[in-house]
Each structure stands twice: as C-alpha cells, then as structure tokens.
Design a protein around this ligand. Structure first.
Ligand code: PMP
Length: 385
C-alpha cells in the first residue's frame, strides 16, 4: 500500500474556502433523516434486544427477501455486505490467487484496485471509449490472456460517468462465458439514471443465456444502499451462484461475522416506502446538478478539454491534452479555491496523467458556477504554456 501524494494535496481541500469536486460524497442534505429516525423507533419496538444481538452471517432475512424479489433471484443467493466495498474485498479473498489475471477497465474504480491488491492479482487493462469497454479489444485480449476475473462498473462508472452500451453488454457476457472468466458487476449507481433508458444488468443477460439457472451464471452482481439511501449504514449486497455465495459466507464470517443487525433492520423498514421516493429525489437533484455543471463547463472550459456526458450517477471525467499533468495542476487549481481528483490513480497500470474526475453530487449551483469558472481559467493557463 502506497502513501498518496494526492491525498496530501486533497487535505488542503478540506478548507471551507475551497470548493471541492473531489470527494464524491452523496448529498447529505437529501438524506431522509426523519424517515430513518422513525424506522429506528419501529425497529426498537418490533425487535427489541434482537436488534442489538448477533445475527446470521447471510443477513437479515426480510432484507434479503426484499432484494431477492427486486432482483428476481432466490433469497439464498443474496449475501448482505457491510458496504459493497466489503463485497469487493471478500470477492478478492475468495477468488484471487497470486498472479491471477484480473481484467479491469482503463480507468477503473480505485477502491476495487485497493480491495484486490492485497491478494496480488496481475491487472490487465481493457481499453474504454464513450460507450465503456472496447469489446473488440477485449475479444483480442481473451485470445492471448488466460483471465480469471473481469471487474466492471457498467452503469455511470466511477470515475468516468460512462455506461456500457446494450450491444457491448451482450457481447461481454457471451465472451466471458466462452472463455470461462468470472465477471464482477459492481453496480452502486444503476438506480440513479436521470436520462436515457435503463439497460439490463450483465447478471440478467447471463441469467437469460443460462436459461434461468442462477448457478450457471458467470456474473457476480454487487450493489449497495449507499448511493440510493445513505452510505453511513454500510448496507449492501452480493448476488451470485450458490458455490460463490457459500465461499462468501465463510469469508464474511471471518471478516466481521455479520453486517450490523440494527442497520439491516433499519434499511429493511425503509425499502418499501422511503427508498423509491428517495431514489426519485436523488435522481432529480443529481440530474439538475450534472446538467448545470455541463453547461458551465461548456461556457468556461477551453477548447482541448474533453468531458464525458453522464446519464446518471455522480461523476464526470475530463481529459486534457497530453502535455498537461493534472497532479501538478491541482496545486494551481487549489490556489484558485477549487479541487478535483487527478485521474492517474484510477489506472491500474499507470498513465492518465492528463485526466481528472469531477463529482457534481454534493455541489450547489453557486459552487458549480464559481468552480467551473476557476477550473476553466486553470486549464486555459496550463494550455497556454
Ligand atoms: N463500487 C463503486 C464503483 C463505488 O463508486 C463505491 C463508492 N465510492 C463503492 C463500490 C463502495 O460503496 P459502498 O461500500 O458504500 O457500498
């Protein structure tokens, strides 16, 4: 594990005077605090001390049954996780042996790289474009590389905000199945689509191809209540075939026995009524913030700064000309009281020094306006050098 220079710079961005688009936190002013308080009281009444007791490793059954119903999977294929981050860690633990090839998007979610790294995989990057993974390149890679795992975030990816097109989803599932590659589909943002049409998950495409047999599906699906409800309760799940679920139960027992009982019970009280309303609230807010950020980018960024146009989620991705280094440029941006995350840590094998990630989820219009203007000036200055 390496100390991060970027983390050091980002400490400065904690200053209240700096507008930070670096964090990537869900918007706290939207959290359904009253509903959570009521759910807490209900749980106390309904379960009493059982809410404070140890509980099963698999997770609170009403919550697993609700997820199973939503996802169209048997409840015994659903494992509750303490955040999807734990799901990634435990999947790494049960699936990756030293030297195993793990295919990752270029760029990919940094947290997944951090989770898998202790199990010593060999990363191979899959090139991406505005529709996600380049499937022709993947096909070529699979012919020459024996891969164990493929990790992907098909919806509104962190860090790029891009989504994998339907045609590519179909081909990805087919190709990985042919080559015996296990897919980890990480989908914390899927419900947060503010434009365009919903696409089927890789899991459901694979399930259809397997004739509905959940144990023949080579895709492991992971999702979370962090972005749709609140992240602090740390409630998420993994759905997978029985052999993988059984391994995960063992690994989870060793990690933390179970996800906090109380938190699972609270989430289970919220899923029917609060969650669907909350998803609408969050989608609307993020959609407006993304739209405003894109319009301000259009107005203030110099030619040569390319950006993604997300249809959901919390992020967009900027690519500057190769001559610009976004790590060194961050100090210049911070002088102008604005911060972002440099893109290079999101590349498993390095590179991407000319890229950066912006998060619009917790910014207000005034911050977006001032922030994009300051960033535009920072980029223009760097490009004029
Ligand atoms: N996967 C992705 C792609 C993410 O962006 C995040 C959160 N930043 C996570 C997993 C972890 O989320 P959580 O542990 O809160 O469910």
């Amino acid at each position: 594990m390496t100390a991060s220079a970027i983390r050091e710079i980002l400490k400065i961005t904690q200053e209240p005077s700096v507008i930070s688009f670096a964090g990537g936190l869900p918007a706290p002013e939207l959290f359904p605090m009253e509903a959570i308080k009521r759910a807490f009281d209900t749980v106390m009444e309904k379960y009493g001390p059982a809410s404070m007791q140890y509980s099963t490793t698999e997770g609170h059954l009403p919550l697993r049954e609700w997820i199973a119903g939503q996802q169209g999977v048997p409840a015994d294929r659903v494992q509750i996780m303490t955040g999807s981050q734990q799901g990634l860690d435990l999947l790494g633990k049960v699936l990756i042996s030293e030297g195993d090839v793990v295919l990752v998007e270029s760029p990919t979610y940094l947290g997944a790289l951090q989770s898998f790294q202790p199990y010593l995989p060999r990363y191979v990057e899959m090139p991406t474009d505005e529709h996600g993974i380049d499937i022709d390149a993947l096909e070529a890679l699979l012919k020459t590389t024996k891969a164990k795992l493929l990790y992907a975030v098909p919806n509104f990816q962190n860090p790029t905000g891009r989504s994998l097109s339907l045609e590519r989803r179909e081909r990805l599932v087919e190709l990985t199945n042919q080559h015996g590659v296990i897919v980890i589909e990480d989908d914390p943002y899927g419900k947060l689509r503010f434009t365009g049409v919903e696409l089927p998950s890789l899991y459901h495409i694979a399930l259809r191809n397997a004739g509905g047999d959940h144990d023949k599906v080579n895709v492991i699906y992971s999702s979370s209540f962090s972005k749709t409800l609140v992240p602090g309760l740390r409630d998420a799940w993994v759905q997978a075939s029985m052999p993988i679920i059984q391994k995960l139960i063992q690994a989870k027992q060793g990690a933390d026995l179970h996800t906090p009982t109380l938190n699972q019970m609270i989430v289970a009280e919220l899923v029917e009524d609060t969650l669907p309303k909350q998803i609408e609230i969050v989608k609307k807010a993020y959609g407006e913030r993304a739209k405003y950020m894109l319009s301000q980018i259009g107005q203030h960024f110099p030619e040569g700064a390319h950006y993604t146009v997300p249809e959901g989620g919390m992020f967009l991705w900027i690519t500057l000309p190769e001559s610009v280094n976004t790590v060194t440029l961050l100090s210049e941006a911070v002088k102008r009281k604005v911060a972002y995350v440099p893109g290079s840590p999101f590349f498993a094998l390095g590179g991407g020094e000319n890229t950066l990630r912006l998060s619009y989820s917790s910014a207000n219009p005034e911050q977006i306006e001032r922030g994009m203007k300051a960033l535009g000036e920072t980029f223009a200055e760097a490009l004029s050098k």
